[in-house]
Ligand binder design. Structure first.
Ligand SMILES: C[S@@+](CC[C@H](N)C(=O)[O-])C[C@H]1O[C@@H](n2cnc3c(N)ncnc32)[C@H](O)[C@@H]1O
Length: 263
């Protein structure tokens, strides 16, 4: 995903601060309180702060009452995550299609996360946030069992064997996901790489924390590309491009097996 760095990147990020969480670790255990209520009222935006800036009163730790009110109102809403959310097409559509749930995307590249925040802002969404975090360790960011699902769309495949530990479906990452997901929550993974699919399937099969629910080679094989694109289904930027190119897409869904981490 090559992209020229936009001019005045920091100013643009600050202008979309309502959709960007600057210090995600400060939201640990109370992510739901950061989202705005459906009518736009409430304190949800208190969790968002301009990326890289000081965030001022908008920091997750600021704003008395944020935790109580927001936490109470939103505590029953489901929280879904995406790692490597790119320019946000998938998550924005998910948030539009499912306004009762909350969506949080992590994207490691600033210029790319800006595009996602712009998209969410243009759609006027209240149930979506992004963070410019390059995910390595989410233990400081989520309490055990805080999230209800995780999407991994067209994650970097890291094809060289010596880089296999960087793949977002390697054993170390799965163990981390198992801590932050509730029992029964799913990881949904899509890729256009047969090798990455097979690697991820094998790791999931060996994992004591997950069981595979679906493994599909060619998830859209029977679909017409144009109808699919126009269907309103949440598709990521890469996914839409691959569908147009008739490139085969592989899909895995795995459920977390029960344990004591749930909150
Ligand atoms: C191949 S692109 C796919 C983007 C998007 N998911 C899609 O399907 O269109 C992978 C994206 O994940 C981001 N990324 C890769 N590893 C990441 C990590 N550990 N944490 C956050 N973002 C990551 C990259 O910056 C890049 O934007």
């Amino acid at each position: 995903m090559r992209q020229r760095k936009p001019k005045n990147l920091q100013e643009k990020l600050a202008a979309h601060g309502d959709y960007l969480v600057a210090r995600p670790e400060e939201a640990r255990g109370r992510w739901r309180s950061l989202f705005r209520s459906a009518d736009g009222a409430g304190l949800g935006a208190c969790g968002a702060g301009g990326l890289g800036g000081d965030g001022g009163a908008a920091s997750p730790s600021a704003g008395a009452g944020c935790g109580e009110t927001g936490g109470h109102v939103f505590s029953s809403r489901k929280l879904f995550l995406e790692i490597g959310s790119g320019k946000g097409a998938f998550l924005t559509r998910k948030a539009q299609n499912d306004p009762e749930s909350l969506y949080l995307g992590f994207e490691g590249r600033e210029a790319v996360v800006l595009r996602a925040a712009e998209k969410a802002g243009a759609a006027g969404l209240k149930n979506i946030l992004f963070s410019n975090l390059y995910v390595r360790d989410l233990a400081p960011v989520f309490a055990p069992g805080e999230a209800d699902g995780l999407f991994l769309n067209f994650s970097d495949p890291w094809p060289k064997a010596r880089h296999s530990g960087r793949r977002l479906t390697c054993g170390q990452y799965l163990a981390m996901y198992a801590r932050l997901l509730k029992s029964g929550s799913r990881i949904e993974f899509k890729t256009d790489s047969n090798n990455f699919f097979r690697f991820s399937k094998e790791v999931l099969e060996e994992s004591p924390e997950f069981e595979i629910v679906e493994a599909i080679e060619g998830v859209y094989d029977a679909c017409d590309a144009n109808s699919l694109i126009l269907s309103g289904l949440a598709l990521s930027e890469y996914e839409e491009r691959f569908i147009r190119w008739n490139r085969r897409i592989y899909f895995l869904s795995a459920a977390k097996i029960g344990n004591s981490f749930d909150i």
